[in-house]
Design a protein around this ligand. Structure first.
Ligand SMILES: [Zn+2]
Ligand SMILES: [Zn+2]
Length: 818
């Protein structure tokens, strides 16, 4: 066995740390070990075993957690690539790749010192010291702690280590009492974190006897148990809507026993589909599928951009392709955007792939996530469907990765490591000699550009299924509407009339307004100031139903003001319209219509989302109002009219992706209309009616938009023509933020970086966020390598200047420059 191992620990430092391997331990590369790090115990991934004696003294690893690698050679390579490409600390990359935090329990232990023994002794001799500043209650708590720790000692006074939780409950002591005692050196604190068995258990009711007198409810429970062979999960019994006390009574009488058993792995509580999933493909879908299968069979890397208009049946192609992979005994990963993984989708997947599918969504607990990970690792589930981090699923023999709605911004992680799952998917496919399919109705500029350059095969699904027409789009110029009506309208006369018309014909309507809350701005007409968040340079949004002013960036909430908080004036005005107010307006205009709203305030989880969509699908709703949530890929056949209110607001933002985002959103929401028998119509209200993003979206002209937008990007040296990175310097202390960004600015000026443009330092568009003051640099270069080298040198300089690593954020391929 080599003498040393290098371990990547999840800390914000760009390096691995060397530890000595004890004689009885056998760590493996790609496996986890427990190591002492500063005053703590942490898990890390072994990246190398070697005999090179480091110049500094090394500590020993504490234990080996995995006898075999949890990250295979390919995933280790992928992790190193991410760390390098995104300039992210390697340990933090591995932590993101491994959803196994549930298998490690953080915990602190205490032991009594000799000073503590003396204190306990003198306290019992003389009572409490009169000069103490502690309250008598605190002194009593301290004595209880000392007493408890000293109580069961066996000769050696420092031997008894007790974990924090049992100690605190036994001695009835607060955390601050313990901390104070550590400061007085009466106690020693020690990190006793350790690996633990994270197997999830579930409670099961077991039938013991079925005799005796039973009332109706008791009879139902006993019959249910008998019918299921005497064992039923408690959760199932609870869904019978019988008072909980009934079961309690049966347990007390000894008829039923509750036992703990390992939970089975069916995580998503899905209801079976009413009809089997149909794979009836039209000729365009057929030929896309044939291409996909040929590429997979070739067993070498290739990329495909599947560009299909809304409603063209991309999903059927994905699933048929994955089924082929499963039949060949290989593995596939399907990535979907955050909002895409509804229970209905899960039900489809279970029906097609049975127990071979693992579904990874954001609502899973840490334990559930770990279980799914182990299922995949064991090879029990070879079809993996999930959001962003599913790209790291430990499948063997990967044949196919599909990224659905590849342009979706939820694929980019907005914290370290700031990876883009689509780009990681492409890299993983390369390393595995697999096929990557990027699917979208509105591909990102980057992917479309790559396809045009023949880096990916471009496969088009130009028609909707069953030859349904794309909806007719009409633009309504809101400046003209203002001139003709004399006041600012939320719903134009035309949109109002068309909604009325659809409601009379018993057809359904969607109205999109991509801004939540009631009023986005509260303004004082006396002093002209806005009501802003305490922590951010962001106006607070009025949420009427919750009677609150809320910051959409940090969650800060304040009461609704009656007078101006700055000058005390009573002339405070609530300006603008959010989705909550739009819903209220529509209720007023159409009092008999059944209206629901979908946005982050009405949707707490996938189930809320699904429930509202189901109601719309079943015809229980006439009108659905919402933010971009309503624009995403669902298929409701009764919707014949889509109204778009203020979806072009983004065009006024200082963001080079604004046109692309607006085009994508308008196309996606327009695609919700006319998916059934009746053709659909879209009314697009705008103040930017001449903007090309609006015009091309209205004409369903993808190619036209991309050409125009690519021209603009090329002129301005923006992606895909340049690699781009945002470097953000932040601190809750304004002087630090200014000084650090000044230091880095001078460094950028004084060092020549040929082929790299550096803009800044400038105040970030959101200058204050979550209490931090923010300054940024934007770096652009046609050469990714040069950009990477410059960023690396900058980080090294920042470290040398003692700028904390966590306060300089490097975002490579940033989606937002805010
Ligand atoms: Zn004021
Ligand atoms: Zn805020």
């Amino acid at each position: 066995m080599p003498e040393f191992c290098d371990v990547a620990v999840a800390v914000p430092l760009d390096m691995a740390f060397t530890y000595r391997i004890p004689a009885d331990a056998a760590p493996v590369v790609g496996g986890r070990v427990l190591v002492p790090f500063r005053q703590q115990r942490m898990t890390g991934i072994v990246v190398e075993l070697h005999d090179r004696k480091p110049s500094v003294t090394t500590k020993c690893i504490l234990s080996v957690l995995d006898p075999a690698p949890v990250l295979d050679e390919q995933l280790l390579r992928l992790g190193r690539w991410i760390a390098d490409y995104y300039l992210a600390p390697i340990g933090e990359v591995f932590r993101t790749m491994l959803p196994l935090s549930a298998e490690f329990k953080r915990s602190i232990g205490y032991r009594i010192t000799e000073d503590g023994q003396m204190a306990l002794h003198s306290a019992s001799m003389s009572g409490s010291s009169a000069r103490s500043r502690r309250t008598p209650e605190e002194q009593e708590a301290e004595i209880r702690v000392l007493d408890y720790l000293a109580g069961s000692e066996l000769g050696d006074v420092t031997a008894n280590l007790v974990r924090e939780e049992p100690l605190r409950s036994a001695a009835r002591a607060s955390k601050s009492i313990l901390t104070g005692m550590v400061r007085k050196k009466w106690l020693m604190r020690e990190d006793v974190s350790a690996a633990q068995d994270a197997t999830r258990t579930t409670k099961i009711a077991v039938l013991k006897f079925a005799e005796g007198k039973l009332n109706d409810n008791q009879r139902i429970l006993i019959d249910t148990l008998t019918a299921s062979g005497g064992r039923v999960p408690l959760e199932t019994l609870r869904s019978l809507e019988i008072p909980r006390s009934t079961l309690g009574t049966l347990v007390r009488r000894g008829l039923v026993e509750i036992v703990e058993a390992p939970a089975d792995f069916s995580v998503s509580r899905t209801k079976p589909r009413s009809a089997p999933f149909e794979f009836e493909l039209n000729s365009a879908q057929q030929s896309a599928l044939i291409k996909l299968r040929e590429s997979v069979a070739a067993r070498k890397f290739s990329g495909m951009l599947l560009h299909g208009v809304t409603g063209s049946g991309k999903t059927a192609v994905y699933l048929a392709g994955m089924r082929g992979v499963l039949e060949a005994g290989r593995s596939a990963i399907l990535l979907v955007p955050e909002i895409g993984l509804t229970p209905a989708v899960a039900a489809d997947l279970h029906q097609i792939f049975g127990d071979e599918v693992a579904i990874l969504h954001s609502a899973l607990s840490d334990k559930e996530r770990a279980e799914q990970w182990h299922r995949i690792k064991r090879g029990d589930a070879r079809m993996v469907v999930g959001t962003r981090s599913a790209v790291f699923a430990p499948v063997a023999d990967l044949a196919l990765i599909i990224v659905d709605e590849e342009q979706d911004s939820s694929y980019k992680q907005e914290e370290t490591p700031r990876y883009h799952a689509r780009d990681v998917a492409v890299m993983r496919a390369k390393m595995a000699n697999a096929v990557v399919v990027l699917g979208s109705a509105t591909p990102s500029l980057e992917s479309y550009f790559n396809a045009k350059k023949n880096k990916y095969a471009l496969v088009e699904l130009p028609d909707r299924v069953e030859q349904r027409p794309l909806p007719e789009v009409e633009i309504i110029d809101m400046r003209q509407e203002f001139q003709e009506t004399g006041h600012e309208q939320v719903i134009s006369r035309k949109l109002g009339a068309e909604i009325k018309d659809r409601l009379e014909r018993k057809e359904q309507v969607m109205v999109l307004l991509n801004r939540r809350g009631y009023s986005p701005v509260v303004l004082c007409r006396t002093c002209g100031k806005k009501l802003e968040c305490q922590n951010c340079a962001i106006a607070l949004t009025h949420h009427k139903r919750e009677h609150k002013m809320v910051c959409h960036y940090c969650g800060f909430a304040a009461p609704v003001p009656k007078v101006c908080v700055h000058c005390g004036s009573e002339y405070v005005y609530f300006l603008g319209t959010g989705s909550e107010k739009l819903e209220e307006l529509l209720h007023g205009m159409f009092p008999r219509a059944r209206i629901a709203r979908l946005d982050r305030d009405t949707v707490r989880g996938h189930e809320d989302f699904e429930r509202t969509l189901n109601a719309l699908n079943e015809g229980e709703l006439d009108l659905l109002v919402g933010t971009q949530m309503i624009a995403k890929g669902h298929d409701i056949h009764g919707v014949t009219l889509v109204g778009v209110v203020g979806a072009d607001a983004a065009l006024g933002m200082p963001d080079f992706r604004a046109a692309e985002r607006t085009f994508q959103l308008l196309t996606q929401v327009a695609g919700r209309a006319g998916r059934g028998q009746t053709p659909g119509k879209v009314l697009l209200q705008t103040y930017f009616q001449d903007h090309y993003a609006v015009q091309y979206a209205a004409h369903h002209d993808f190619a036209g938009f991309y050409e125009k937008e690519l021209q603009f990007r090329s002129w301005m040296h923006y992606p895909p023509y340049s690699a781009l990175a945002n470097v953000l310097v932040r601190s809750d202390n304004l002087d630090d933020a200014l000084q650090w960004s000044g230091t880095l600015g001078k460094w950028f000026d004084s060092t020549r970086h040929e082929g790299v443009r550096v803009l800044g330092p400038a105040a970030a568009p959101i200058m204050r966020l979550k209490r931090d003051y923010r300054y940024h640099f934007v770096l652009k270069s046609p050469s990714r390598e040069k950009l990477n080298t410059t960023l690396r040198a900058m980080l090294a300089y920042a470290t040398q200047q003692k700028i904390p690593r966590t306060q300089v954020i490097v975002d490579v391929d940033a989606l937002w420059l805010m």
